[in-house]
Design a protein around this ligand. Structure first.
Ligand code: C5P
Length: 310
């Protein structure tokens, strides 16, 4: 007896923080050479894919608090992931894709990349294309700079456009409070702002992630708090001066340290442990600066099966 293939597969993928982000000058293609330390945190989008009748094509539905801000069409990175996987595997792209979006949109948390990574893994299972992790990572890199990390999860050093990953040793877990802004920031606009500011004045960049890597290896949040670095912060602050206050209140709320996540505007506050994170979160909520304040811990796994139905 042959086993019946799954009719529905759910995969969840995590949000990311950049604990270290050094940005080089733009290359000819407009992309910047990065040195970054990624940390996946426990905030997940879930992508559920199911079979449709042959030749129905792709259908996409998005649910969750930010769903109105997410296009449910061919411009969605998850849709593009489905098309790319089908093309490369020489099959028709027929599936229902449902995204439960819990990662805030345009927040510097790689939510769109998480959806693309989860879609690749889920459809690879549904369609039986059975690519190995390396092949999935290659497709991921074609979709976006952060997608390989969304697939990988945990902690990693990213170079190139951020898509070339190498292993990082991290001891224990780190606890964070995330201040989610009311409106998002566009990643290309933040990179362009950095280029503009750098053309005007000298903005030194420390390209050496050793401080963050040592702190992670030792599992020492105090050490980590002093090493958090983000070259994009100056650009995000230039576009959104109100973020200065959001950074300042972290200290008043007792956080060990804080940084803007990626291109922002999410501010990530580092806590000593889970209990401390809850205290810091309560104090930050009381400031009324954010659309929401959430706690999360890292490292979290990359895109992984959550459930399947036959
Ligand atoms: O790779 P991805 O499509 O996610 O990148 C979004 C935008 O972020 C790019 O269009 C580019 O403006 C900027 N970017 C960059 N250098 C990188 C990664 C992203 O300039 N290494």
């Amino acid at each position: 007896m042959t086993s019946r293939a799954a009719t529905s597969i759910a995969v969840r993928a995590p949000a990311k923080l950049n604990l270290f982000l050094a940005v080089g000058p733009p290359a000819e293609d407009g992309y910047h050479a990065l040195t970054t330390v990624f940390l996946a945190v426990s905030m997940f989008d879930t992508v559920t894919v199911s079979h449709v009748r042959a030749r129905t094509g792709l259908r996409l539905a998005v649910s969750g608090p930010d769903s109105a801000a997410v296009p449910a069409d061919a411009s969605n990175l998850a849709w593009r992931a489905a098309v790319l996987l089908a093309q490369r595997s020489g099959i028709d792209a027929d599936a229902d894709i449902a995204i439960d979006k819990q990662i805030p949109v345009a927040a510097g948390l790689a939510g769109g990349s998480a959806d693309a990574a989860a879609t690749l893994v889920a459809l690879d299972g549904l369609w039986g294309t059975a690519l190995d992790r390396g092949q999935l990572a290659e497709l991921a890199a074609e979709l976006g700079s952060d997608v390989p990390f969304s697939l990988h999860g945990h902690v990693a050093l990213g170079t190139g456009r951020g898509d070339r990953l190498s292993a990082v040793l991290a001891r224990g877990r780190t606890d964070w409070v995330l201040g989610i802004a009311r409106t998002g920031l566009s990643t290309p606009v933040v990179y362009a702002e950095l280029d503009r500011l750098r053309a005007q004045r000298d903005l030194p960049s420390d390209g050496d992630p050793a401080g963050v890597l040592t702190a992670l290896r030792q599992g020492d949040p105090e050490l980590l708090s002093g090493a958090l670095t983000n070259d994009l912060a100056v650009a995000a602050l230039s576009l959104r001066p109100d973020l200065r206050r959001a950074l300042r209140v972290g200290e008043e709320a007792g956080a060990l340290g804080q940084l803007i996540s990626g291109s922002g505007p999410t501010v990530a506050y580092l806590a000593r442990d889970a209990e401390h994170a809850i205290t810091v979160a309560a104090r930050l909520s009381a400031e009324g600066l954010f659309a929401s304040v959430r706690v999360a811990s890292g490292p979290a796994p990359g895109a992984r099966f959550a459930r399947s139905a036959r």
